[in-house]
Design a protein around this ligand. Structure first.
Ligand code: 5GP
Ligand code: ZN
Length: 135
């Protein structure tokens, strides 16, 4: 399969690994947003979060929680963001589901996304439509 993360998992491409177990691998992002930026991915290939089984997501999250304190301790960062780019329009470049663990420090200059406001009643109507669409 022509998937860069599958190749990393198979050992065909090197990575700076920080943890692995039977189901999940964690390694440093090759182009880090901040020092210690790590990726957590299942060893089985799933294109994105939407098609990743809940048990696998759970295994990924367990690994994220396990490695996060170590990443913070070693990088001396007090906080971190968890990110998921789900789908190309959201910035997903590698079509193998993964979490980003991004260490954060005060004044690191990384900006958060701009917020908007709903018009009167717009949020309530939208929430109702979404609630009805949840299957
Ligand atoms: P995405 O945009 O798909 O959520 O994130 C993919 C991430 O994988 C990017 O942050 C990118 O820097 C990282 N990446 C892409 N190719 C490689 C690689 O060969 N090795 C490692 N360690 N990271 C990679
Ligand atoms: Zn893959």
């Amino acid at each position: 399969m022509d998937c860069i993360f599958c190749k990393i998992i198979a050992g065909k491409i090197p990575c700076d690994k920080v943890y692995e177990n039977d189901e999940v691998i964690a390694f440093l992002d090759i182009a880090p947003i901040s020092r210690g930026h790590a990726l957590v991915a299942p060893k089985r290939h799933f294109q994105d979060l939407a098609v990743t089984p809940a048990e696998t997501v759970s295994a990924m999250m367990r690994v994220l929680q396990l490695i996060a304190p170590a990443v913070l301790r070693v990088t001396h960062a007090p906080a971190f963001n968890v990110g998921i780019n789900n789908g190309a329009a959201a910035g997903q470049v590698v079509p193998h589901t993964h979490f980003h663990l991004i260490p954060r420090t005060d004044g690191d200059g990384l900006k958060s996304w701009p917020h908007q406001r709903y018009g009167p009643g717009e949020g309530a109507a939208l929430a109702k439509d979404i609630a009805a669409a949840v299957s």
